[in-house]
Design a protein around this ligand. Structure first.
Ligand code: CA
Length: 261
């Protein structure tokens, strides 16, 4: 028995597949390659896999259709490989059940990094197949806070106040109108001012369903969050971007009022 996570590659271009197989082997995975959607589905029916790398343009149809068929019976994470922007639009439109995507051309290092990130997120070593209930890893960021209802974050010297019972956050005493994801994203940032969160970590904090999580979704929610904060304090750049790394909450200035009321 091979204990290394098995990765199924469904890709009709041998040059790309060869690169993938080599890169994944090097990183300690056991890759298996097939060239058609049908062969991929057969492999999935026969053996458990920790993750599927799925090309969108396959000789016997679309990778999206293959993904739908996979989703009908398994929660195995799916990483799409897309060739064109039109395909990318569909991936981003989502509802397709994919967990992430890479646009060709990509580097082998990019691929293995994404694979590892997805597996971390989904607790993955094949367990995701069991039951198909899709119980992704608990968001570690939020787990290490104290259990008391008096959230420690309310005492931090920054202009935010988090009301976990009502799922509300106020900023300089003004209650923010937040969507569910904005609330969770901002809460993660507010609870660790100054800490830089990668998009992946923010996704883990904000999304229960990894199928809905894409980097660009984090960016989009950060953008709307910033706009909302700016309407209250136009001159504060509260959420900071760390290029190539992620986002952090700017540690509070000494003058910021610690309590909203
Ligand atoms: Ca192709």
């Amino acid at each position: 028995m091979d204990e290394r996570p098995r990765i199924l590659i469904v890709e009709d271009e041998p040059a790309i597949a060869d690169t993938l197989v080599y890169a994944l082997k090097t990183e300690g995975f056991t890759p298996e390659w097939c060239t058609t959607g049908r062969a991929g589905l057969e492999a999935l029916a026969a053996r458990p896999f920790a993750l599927v790398v799925l090309d969108v343009g396959l000789p016997d149809g679309s990778g999206f259709d293959v993904c739908k068929q996979i989703r009908a019976r398994s929660a195995v994470p799916v990483l799409f490989l897309t060739a064109r922007n039109t395909e990318l639009d569909r991936v981003l439109g989502l509802e397709l059940g994919g967990d992430d995507y890479l646009t060709k051309p990509f580097s082998p290092r990019e691929l293995t990094a994404r694979v590892k990130a997805i597996l971390r997120r989904t607790n993955g070593s094949g367990d995701v197949l069991a039951g198909g209930a899709g119980s992704p890893g608990r968001p570690e960021i939020l787990d290490n806070r104290s259990a008391g209802t008096q959230a420690a974050s309310e005492k931090r010297p920054h202009p935010f106040a988090v009301d976990e019972e009502q799922c509300r956050i106020s900023y300089h005493g003004v209650a923010l109108e937040l969507t569910r994801y904005e609330y969770r994203l901002l809460k993660a940032l507010v609870q660790k001012p100054g800490r830089v969160f990668s998009r992946e970590q923010l996704m883990a904090a904000a999304w229960e369903d990894p199928a809905a999580s894409l980097d660009r979704t984090v960016d989009a929610h950060i953008k709307t969050l910033r706009a909302k904060l700016r309407t209250i304090a136009p001159n504060e750049d509260t959420i900071q971007t760390h290029r190539g790394l992620g986002y952090s909450l700017k540690p509070a200035a000494a003058s910021a009022p610690p309590e909203p009321r």
